[in-house]
Design a protein around this ligand. Sequence first.
Ligand SMILES: NC(=O)c1ccc[n+]([C@@H]2O[C@H](COP(=O)([O-])OP(=O)(O)OC[C@H]3O[C@@H](n4cnc5c(N)ncnc54)[C@H](OP(=O)(O)O)[C@@H]3O)[C@@H](O)[C@H]2O)c1
Length: 267
Amino acid sequence: MDFNQNHAIITGGSSGIGKATACLLASQGADITILARNPRQLAAATAEIEAARMHSGQRVLALAVDVAKAKEVMQAVQTATIQIGSPDILITSAGITHPGYFQDISLEVFEQIMAVNYLGSLYAIRAVWPIMVAQQRGHLVLISSGAGLVGLFGYTAYSPSKFALRGLAESLRGELRGTGISLSIVYPPDTNTPQLAAENKIKPPETKKITASAAMLRPEDVAREIVKGMQRGKFVITPGLEMGLLAKWHSVLAPGLQWYFDWIVRK
Ligand SMILES: NC(=O)c1ccc[n+]([C@@H]2O[C@H](COP(=O)([O-])OP(=O)(O)OC[C@H]3O[C@@H](n4cnc5c(N)ncnc54)[C@H](OP(=O)(O)O)[C@@H]3O)[C@@H](O)[C@H]2O)c1
């Protein structure tokens, strides 16, 4: 798969995994639209993505959007389509988290995480859907998490939003047959991004201990796996060995993992 002259729309493209993937696709010739809220961060990311381009004719567009608002997402996709052209790729990387003890997390936080991580991805897919169906071409890439494969202590607000993406991807996959649209779901492990740095400040100690033993990747490593997985037409993309094992064996491993996590928490 060649990305030259493809148009990739990337939610959450101003930071972390989304930005690294935007830079990598730009380095392979793609036009890029990034969607996120903070205009200053969007401007800084635009400069980085422009610097990564293969040639100066490639366009980079940044739009300030809250993905939890369906109308804003629809409007942004329309603007990007008018200014750059029909999207060939959609990557939904916009995401938030808030680890904590269940009783300490407000209902507003539960709702907000679901609204951004799950509904934000759904709105973006619905916005590009008619375009991709009409052109009989497109690639949808949903960024879930290892926490979308197994539930973890402290992630009662985050993990369900990432499970929901898995449910959406597995249900939608079959409906895409014959449409020319392909779909990938990505399960990144802990990745060194601003999100991880922020959550590390508020993680319960039990969650810290459980996640401490896992490998941490760089956003560039995850971006490379995403792009490689898209090129190979993979449905499940698992950066790193641990995620590969978890994605294949999570149901079989679950009782053992739960015993191990409980043992860590007891310690
Ligand atoms: N880092 C990890 O360890 C890890 C592991 C597994 C999965 N993931 C997932 O990977 C994705 C990217 O995470 P990251 O670590 O790269 O995080 P990050 O560096 O914090 O980037 C998150 C991006 O999402 C945007 N965003 C957040 N809320 C938004 C909203 N309501 N509307 C539009 N954009 C919004 C942010 O920009 P604004 O704040 O300006 O809107 C930013 O561009 C997330 O879905 C995350 O859950 C991360």
